[in-house]
Design a protein around this ligand. Structure first.
Ligand SMILES: Cc1ncc(COP(=O)(O)O)c(C=O)c1O
Length: 311
């Protein structure tokens, strides 16, 4: 069984790539990408960051089980299942919706890692943060370390905040903008907490609606002004997409040998390039993008929609 503390502390920093494109040179922009997608084959991207202190805490409390929540294609479910196998925790995934056979690639992977999948209807799923519901789950399954949906809690934001320290060591010049894709807001909250007030933190929301801004505010250690949430690049909402997005992602992979996922990083990158073309960033800007992983989702997407995304 892998030692959690060693795993997370001896791992070297994720690499930082610079994108080389005429469009950037013409506008005097430098664009870097922090490759958290390369941290681990299965516990990668923001999941690696968010699970780190949660797993250390669970082990130090002597917990034997992790219980978490997610949709049927959840990156977090896949990563938690893999982490359970790697570090010797039993894992329980409470999944929104009905069990459909054969399981999609995400859930099939989670089960292969040993995760017990409990399917609940949407009404029950909505109770996922209610203390009574969590205690009924404890009666059913015994004690567990609770990882909320998307893995977002204070221990998770502590982990994502560490990206800033790594970037400061890796980057040749101060960061003017950091770009992050946002679902529950946990990843960006940790980054905002640790960010320099001169850096503008830009969140690209994958969800429709304005509620996410309040959620992020609630996750911050202290109020901060140096961030904003962009809501123009969700393509109609979570899991919605169009052909232009897929074409963009395939071209990006071809040009840079970097894969993007269709739910989070693909939409963010599309948005960043749109903003570059609209001269949103001033000449001299250093735009640093966090690749938060999620590439396991491509299998399920291609299975549903017909091999649209190049792999
Ligand atoms: C690949 C990927 N990127 C970004 C996000 C957004 O992270 P957060 O939910 O912390 O806002 C998620 C979801 O957790 C994700 O799976």
């Amino acid at each position: 069984m892998t030692d959690i503390f060693n795993f997370f502390t001896t791992q070297s920093n994720s690499p930082l790539d610079e994108l080389d494109l005429e469009v950037l040179k013409n506008r005097e922009l430098r664009v870097f990408m922090k490759r958290d997608d390369l941290l681990h084959p299965h516990i990668s991207g923001n999941k690696w960051r968010k699970l780190k202190y949660n797993l250390i805490e669970a082990r130090s409390q002597g917990q034997q089980q992790l219980l978490t929540f997610g949709g049927t294609y959840s990156n977090h479910i896949a990563a938690t299942a893999a982490a359970g196998k790697e570090f010797g925790f039993k894992t329980i995934g409470v999944i929104r919706g009905e069990r459909v056979e054969p399981l999609n690639p995400t859930l099939a992977f989670a089960e292969r890692q040993g995760m017990r999948l409990e399917f609940v209807d949407r009404t029950t799923y909505r109770k996922r943060t209610a203390p009574e519901f969590l205690s009924s789950l404890r009666k059913m399954f015994g004690a567990f370390h609770h990882l909320p949906e998307g893995g977002t809690n204070q221990l998770a934001t502590r982990g994502t905040g560490e990206i800033i320290k790594e970037l400061n060591e890796q980057l040749p010049q101060p960061i003017s903008h950091i770009c992050i894709s946002c679902g529950t807001g946990g990843t960006i909250a940790g980054i905002i907490n640790e960010s320099d007030p001169q850096t503008k933190v830009l969140g690209f929301s994958v969800l429709k609606g304005d509620f996410l801004k309040t959620e992020i505010d609630n996750l911050l250690e202290a109020p901060k002004e140096n961030w904003s949430l962009l809501s123009d690049y969700h393509f109609g909402g979570y899991a919605k997409w169009d052909k232009q997005l897929i074409q963009f992602m395939n071209d990006f992979r071809y040009n840079h040998s970097i894969s993007l996922d269709p739910i989070y990083t693909g939409k963010m990158m599309y948005g960043i390039f749109d903003l570059i073309e609209k001269d949103f960033f001033k000449p001299g800007s250093n735009i640093t993008i966090i690749h938060t992983g999620g590439l396991q989702g491509i299998g399920g997407f291609n299975e549903r929609f017909g091999d649209l995304i190049d792999v």
